[in-house]
Design a protein around this ligand. Structure first.
Ligand SMILES: [Zn+2]
Length: 267
């Protein structure tokens, strides 16, 4: 595979795109595309939601990624190098003071935290081939954004992580709605995220809703876009009530508003 990339870098026609770290590139491909190769292997070619003569493909770019990503598009005899230049997002740094128990969790909480992380990663790594949605995505509620995706987070003076979603102002008990059709694949109380619901939208796309105070739907429930996922709350590692909303694509947390914007632009 490596050789093929080197060869193509020299001779094939180059098609370049720019993508910001922590976002997903949504590539529109001609219908004759047979394979889209990444160094790790072929990427799934997905139906275009509007145009039956096109396909789309997702390339999720991790927050901590900075190198260009090379892809090879194969259509019959034609092989084309598609280069994604990764531009660093203009992300802010924010400082938070929270309960020390949640910054350096007590030892006896570590197995639970680890188990919850592994459970979620296994879900996100699952590729359900059926797409559940066929219309544009919507926001889970209409409210002010209190923290953007990608903010570098400094808890009690030490850099812990980056913000993996978008926070919306939401007093406890505010209805939270499904961003699009999907299946509930997780609905439980977790150490960091509190009351958590994860929806599988198919094709490796998951939306997440955290810190909920009420989660009425068991795993396996099919929700329509705009149906109530639950009620907002202040559960888990929080400084106050709000909704944390996020998307995971190909197992990578990406900017949910950017993703919604890119998908909706296809319609
Ligand atoms: Zn958040």
């Amino acid at each position: 595979m490596k050789k093929l990339f080197l060869f193509l870098a020299l001779v094939a026609q180059l098609c370049a795109h720019e993508v910001i770290n922590g976002t997903v590139a949504v590539l529109e491909l001609d219908g004759d595309t047979q394979t889209l190769l990444k160094e790790s292997g072929p990427l799934p070619l997905l139906a275009h939601p509007k145009d039956p003569n096109k396909r789309i493909a997702f390339v999720a770019v991790p927050y901590r990624h900075s190198e260009a990503i090379d892809l090879v598009r194969i259509a019959g005899e034609k092989q084309e190098l598609v280069r994604l230049h990764v531009k660093q997002g203009d992300y802010k740094q924010e400082t938070l003071s929270v309960d020390p128990a949640h910054v350096s969790p007590p030892k006896d909480a570590l197995p639970r935290i680890q188990a919850e992380r592994e459970e979620a990663m296994a879900l996100y790594a699952t590729f359900s081939p059926t797409r559940h949605w066929d219309s544009p995505f919507v926001l889970p509620l209409q409210s002010a954004i209190t923290s953007d995706f990608g903010n570098a987070r400094v808890f009690n003076g030490s850099l812990k992580s980056f913000h993996s979603g978008t926070d919306f102002r939401a007093p406890v008990g505010t209805p939270v709605y499904a961003t699009n059709d999907g299946v509930v694949v997780l609905a439980k109380e977790r150490y960091y995220a509190g009351g958590s619901v994860i929806l599988d939208h198919g094709e490796g796309v998951y939306s997440v809703y955290y810190h909920l105070s009420f989660m009425p739907h068991p795993v396996g429930t099919r929700l329509k876009k705009g149906e109530e996922v639950g009620l907002s709350g202040a559960t888990g590692r929080v400084t106050g009530p709000h909704l944390h909303f996020g998307f995971m694509v190909q197992g990578v947390p990406i900017d949910p508003l950017d993703f919604i914007g890119k998908i909706n632009a296809l319609f």
